[in-house]
Design a protein around this ligand. Structure first.
Ligand SMILES: *[C@@H]1O[C@H](CO)[C@@H](O)[C@H](O)[C@H]1NC(C)=O
Length: 140
């Protein structure tokens, strides 16, 4: 390779990496209105992504990381300040219903899955069921 070719190649790769770095982040929009459907599970509560301590008797829920991270108005810097925190939603399963407060982010959840506190989960089904399919829910 000639020296001039090397210089041009280096210049080009540096230029291209700047271009890629400067490209705007892909905007992801998520429509939070209306009815959603996802799996329902339960978890051992504690300190959640919203910065709130809860116990297993509270009617709280962790939402999927995709929903948490792309909730309208969230800047992505401080999860405690995510506007989804303290929002209420009502979930329905098999003729039963529970209203819960969003306090956490669920890493293992799909975008519309809900990970409930044990107390909230048992309003819908016994813990022995483990995973509920097609929990229908909407924000209050
Ligand atoms: C969001 O979903 C609701 C309910 O399904 C629908 O009526 C509305 O048109 C949707 N909004 C957008 C921007 O897609």
């Amino acid at each position: 390779m000639q020296f001039s070719t090397l210089v041009i190649t280096l210049f080009f790769s540096v230029f291209m990496s700047l271009f890629v770095a400067a490209a705007p982040l892909e905007e992801r929009s998520i429509n939070i209105s209306g009815e959603h459907s996802g799996d329902g599970t339960y978890y051992a509560t504690g300190l959640g992504a919203c910065g709130i301590w809860n116990n297993d008797d509270d009617h709280i829920v962790a939402v999927g990381h995709d929903l948490f991270d792309n909730y309208p108005g969230y800047t992505g810097t401080n999860p405690n300040a995510n506007p989804i925190c303290n929002k209420k939603l009502t979930a329905n399963y098999n003729g039963k219903s529970v209203t819960v407060t969003v306090v956490d982010r669920c890493v293992g959840c799909g975008p519309w899955d809900l990970d409930f506190s044990p107390a909230a989960f048992t309003k819908l089904a016994p813990e022995s069921v483990g995973r509920l399919e097609s929990v229908e829910w909407s924000f209050d």
